[in-house]
Design a protein around this ligand. Sequence first.
Ligand code: FA5
Ligand code: MG
Length: 381
Amino acid sequence: KLQPVFSALEIGGVRIGKDDVVRDDPTNNVPDSIFSKLGLQLHRRDQHPLGILKNAIYNYFDANYSAKFVKFDDLCPIVSTKANFDDVLVPADHVSRSYNDTYYIDAQTVLRCHTSAHQAELLRRGNTHFLVTGDVYRRDSIDSTHYPVFHQMEGVRVFSPNEWEASGMDATTYAATDLKKCLEGLARHLFGAVEMRWVDTYFPFTNPSFELEIYFQEKWLEVLGCGVMEQEILKRSGNLDKVAWAFGLGLERLAMVLFQIPDIRLFWSSDERFTSQFSKGQLGVKFKAFSKFPPCYKDMSFWISDSFTENNLCEIIRAVAGDLVEEVQLIDNFTNKKGMTSHCYRIAYRSMERSLTDEEINQLQGNVREEVHSKLNVVLR
Ligand code: FA5
Ligand code: MG
C-alpha cells in the first residue's frame, strides 16, 4: 500500500488529519476514497513516473531559460474558494464551483481543482517565473484518462515592457508566441517527434486561451491548458504594466504518452510489476503491460430524476468498486411520452493486477445497484 510521503495537511495551520477533521460539516462532500489520497504526493517520488516527469520538465526549464523558474511542489492542496476561484476570476455562477464538480471541505474551503489556485498568491509575493506541481481533485467521469485525483504543473512567466517592445509585437501576441514556443519545445524535449495540435478554448483567467492535444491510443488527448493571463490578475497582484503567460499541464496525461501507460489507475498501483519498471531519471522507458485481463461489462438502466448527475453516479461506483472500475459510459438515453427519462450506463470492470471472478463482479454490480438505488433517487429498471 502507498504510504503518505509526509503530512502536507498541517501546512498553513490547516489540520485535517483523519482524527481531527471537521469532516462532519454538512457541506463536506469528500468521500473516504479521496480523503485517503491526501498527502500521498506521487509527484514527489523520484522513482514514480510522475516524479520522473516532473524532474524532466524542471530540467527543460533549467536548460532553456536564463531566468530561473522558482519551483513549488508541496503547497497544501486544501485551499480557500477565494484562491481556487475568485483570485483567478472564475465567475460566481461557473459550473466548476458546484458541489457536483468540486470537493468541498466546508463552504469556504476546497480541495484545489487546479494548480491555478496558487497563481495570484505567488504573484502577490513577487514571483515572476514559477512552476507549481501538486495533486488536484475533481468530481469527474470515469475512463482510462480521467481520475478524481490527478496532478498538474502550473507555469507562469511575467514579462516587462522592454521585453516585448523590442520585438515590434504587441504585448499579447508576444506572450502568446513565447508561450507556444515554450510548450512546443517542452513536448519535443519529452517526446521527440509526436503528433500534436493546438485548439482554441476558453478559461476565465486567460485570453487568448489554448489547449494542446497529442495523438495517443487512436484519439486526440488533451494534455494541457494555457494562455495569456488576464490583465486583471496581474493588476491585482501589483504587476500593473506587465504581461504574462500561464499554463496548466496534466501530468498523468503527459506521462501516459511518455511511458505508454494505457490506464490512469496504474499511477496508484503499488504492484511491483508496475513500480519496478521505472527508475529515477529514466525517461526512455516504455511500460510493458504485465497483464491483459479481459474487461467485464455490466449494464444498468434507470429512470433519472431532476437532481441526477453523472458525477454523482461515478462517485458511487468508485466508492463501491474502487480501482476495479475502468469506465462508465452512457450507452442509451431516451424520454418516454410521459416525459420520464431513462439512462443506460455500461460499467466496465477490470483489475490491472489480476483476473476477477464472476462472483466478485456480480457482487460488485449488486452493491453498485443497491447504492445507486438508495443514494441517487432514481428508479432502477
Ligand atoms: C485547468 O485546470 C486550467 N487551470 C489550466 C490552465 C492553467 C489554463 C493556466 C490556463 C492557464 P483543465 O481543466 O483543462 O484546465 O485541466 C488541465 C489539464 O488537466 C487537462 O488538459 C488534462 O490534461 C488534465 N486533466 C483534467 N481533468 C483530468 C482528470 N479528471 N484526470 C486526469 N487529468 C485531467
Ligand atoms: Mg480542459
